[in-house]
Design a protein around this ligand. Structure first.
Ligand SMILES: *[C@@H]1O[C@H](CO)[C@@H](O)[C@H](O)[C@H]1NC(C)=O
Ligand SMILES: *[C@@H]1O[C@H](CO)[C@@H](O)[C@H](O)[C@H]1NC(C)=O
Ligand SMILES: *[C@@H]1O[C@H](CO)[C@@H](O)[C@H](O)[C@H]1NC(C)=O
Ligand SMILES: *[C@@H]1O[C@H](CO)[C@@H](O)[C@H](O)[C@H]1NC(C)=O
Ligand SMILES: *[C@@H]1O[C@H](CO)[C@@H](O)[C@H](O)[C@H]1NC(C)=O
Length: 373
C-alpha cells in the first residue's frame, strides 16, 4: 500500500511530462511544416501546417475544397484548380480562418460554367453549385482569377478585417446564348461579390458577368475601390430586406462599363425596420449604361413601381472626386424612387455629373444639394 502510493507520487510528474511533450512538438510542427495539396486527399494533413502550397488539380467529387486553417496560415496557389462539372449545391471552394494570407499567384479557379449555364441561374433549371467561392477569413486574399462560375461567384463573411485585391472574375463567356438557354445569355445570377459583413475592402479587381458586380445586403465599414465592372448589373446595395442595416460604405474610383446601371440601391417594397445610411460615392466612372446611370429604388422587386416606406435611407452622397456617369440614349441618368418620408435629410450630390439619355425620374426625393435632379 505505502509502496504503491510512493510509486504514484514518483510517476505522476513523469506522466505529466510525457503528456506535454507531444502537445508541444505538434504545435511546433504546425508552425514549421509546409503542407502540399495536390488532391482533396491531402487537405486534412496540410491544414495542420501554417504554410500550404497548392498544386493545380481537378476536384472531381461533389465535395467542397474546404480549407479550415490555423491562425496565421499562408496559402500559395501554384497551379490552376478546376471542378468536375457535377450538378450539386456547392460551394466549390471554401476558406476559413483568422489572419490568413492567400496568394493566388495569378492562378485560376475554373467553375466549368458552360456545363451549368441554362439562362436560369439560381432561379431554376440545373442545380448549380453556389456560391462558387466562400471566403470566411480575415487577412488578405489576392491575385487570383475565377473563371466561369456556375452562378453566384464570391460570398464573403469575414470574421475580422479582410482585404481582397487583384481578383479577376471572368464570366464573360456567359454573355452569349447556348443550346440550353433559349436564346438569352446563358450566364445568369453570376454575381461578382455578395457581401453581408463588416470591415471589408475589395480593391483593384475586375468583374465580367451577368448580374451585380458587388451586392451588399447588410453590413458596415465596407470599401469597394479601384475595381472594374463590365457587362452586368453594376454596383449594388441591396436588395435590402427586413431588419437590415447598411452603413458607412465607400464606393470609390470604380469603372463601370456596359452594365444595366452603374450604381444602385434597391430596397424591398415589403421590407420593414431597415436602415441604409452614410453611403459615399466618389470618383466612379460609368459609360455605356443600358437602362439607368444611378437607380435608387424602394419598390424592389419591381423597378420604379410602388415604393415601400420600411427602409429608411439617409446620407447617400456623391462627394469628393467627381462621379462621371454617361448613359445610352434610351436610358435614364438618375432614377430616385423613394417611399413617402423614407428618404430623409440632405444628400450632397455635388460630385455628380451625368449625361445622355432621357430626363431623370424622381418620387418623394429628399433635399439634394449640388445637383439638379
Ligand atoms: C466542364 O465543362 C466545360 C464546358 O462545358 C469545360 O470547358 C470544362 O473543361 C469542363 N471541366 C472539367 C473539369 O471537365
Ligand atoms: C491598388 O492599386 C493602386 C494603384 O495601382 C495601388 O496604389 C494600391 O496599392 C493597390 N492596392 C493593393 C491592395 O494592392
Ligand atoms: C423584424 O424584427 C421585429 C422585431 O424584432 C420582428 O417582430 C419581425 O418578425 C422581424 N421581421 C423579419 C422579417 O425578420
Ligand atoms: C460615414 O462613413 C465613413 C466611412 O465610410 C466614416 O469615416 C464616417 O465617420 C461616417 N460618418 C458618420 C456620420 O457616421
Ligand atoms: C458637399 O461635399 C463637398 C465635397 O465633395 C463639400 O465641399 C461641400 O461643402 C459639401 N456640401 C455640403 C452642403 O455639405
Amino acid at each position: 500500500m505505502v509502496f504503491s502510493l510512493y510509486l504514484v507520487v514518483l510517476i505522476a510528474p513523469l506522466l505529466r511530462l510525457a503528456a506535454a511533450v507531444p502537445a508541444r512538438s505538434s504545435s511546433e510542427f504546425a508552425r514549421r511544416c509546409t503542407g502540399t495539396i495536390s488532391s482533396l486527399d491531402d487537405v486534412g494533413s496540410a491544414v495542420a501546417c501554417t504554410t500550404i502550397n497548392i498544386n493545380g488539380f481537378t476536384v472531381s467529387f461533389r465535395t467542397t475544397f474546404n480549407l479550415n486553417l490555423l491562425q496565421g496560415t499562408t496559402v500559395n496557389l501554384n497551379g490552376d484548380i478546376a471542378f468536375g462539372n457535377l450538378s450539386w449545391a456547392g460551394p466549390l471552394f471554401q476558406i476559413s480562418g483568422n489572419d490568413i494570407t492567400f496568394n493566388g499567384n495569378g492562378h485560376s479557379f475554373d467553375g466549368g460554367g458552360p456545363f451549368y449555364w441554362d439562362g436560369l441561374g439560381s432561379n431554376g433549371g440545373i442545380t448549380k453549385p453556389r456560391p462558387m467561392m466562400k471566403i470566411k477569413i480575415s487577412g488578405t486574399f489576392y491575385n487570383t482569377k475565377v473563371i466561369n462560375s456556375p452562378a453566384q461567384t464570391f460570398s464573403v463573411s469575414n470574421p475580422g478585417p479582410l482585404t481582397i485585391t487583384g481578383i479577376t472574375i471572368d464570366n464573360s463567356q456567359g454573355d452569349l446564348p447556348n443550346s440550353m438557354s433559349n436564346g438569352i445569355p446563358a450566364g445568369h445570377n453570376t454575381d461578382g461579390f455578395d457581401v453581408s459583413t463588416t470591415n471589408l475592402i475589395i480593391e483593384n479587381s475586375s468583374v465580367m458577368n451577368q448580374d451585380d458586380c458587388l451586392a451588399i445586403n447588410k453590413g458596415s465599414n465596407i470599401i469597394f475601390t479601384g475595381n472594374t465592372c463590365s457587362g452586368g448589373h453594376g454596383i449594388s446595395i441591396g436588395s435590402i430586406s427586413s431588419n437590415a442595416t447598411v452603413s458607412n460604405i465607400q464606393i470609390t474610383g470604380n469603372t463601370i462599363t456596359n452594365n444595366d446601371q452603374a450604381l444602385r440601391i434597391k430596397t424591398d417594397a415589403i421590407a420593414t425596420g431597415s436602415t441604409v445610411t452614410n453611403i459615399t460615392y466618389s470618383g466612379n466612372t460609368g459609360t455605356g449604361l443600358r437602362r439607368y446611370g444611378i437607380l435608387i429604388d424602394q419598390s424592389y422587386p419591381s423597378t420604379l413601381g410602388t415604393p415601400g416606406t420600411g427602409v429608411k435611407l439617409s446620407a447617400v452622397n456623391f462627394m469628393g472626386s467627381t462621379n462621371t456617369i454617361s448613359v445610352a440614349s434610351s436610358a435614364t441618368p438618375v432614377a430616385l424612387n423613394c417611399g413617402k418620408g423614407a428618404c430623409t435629410g440632405t444628400w450632397n450630390w455635388s460630385a455628380l455629373k451625368t449625361s445622355g439619355g432621357q430626363p431623370n425620374f424622381k418620387a418623394n426625393a429628399p433635399t439634394i444639394s449640388g445637383y439638379s435632379l
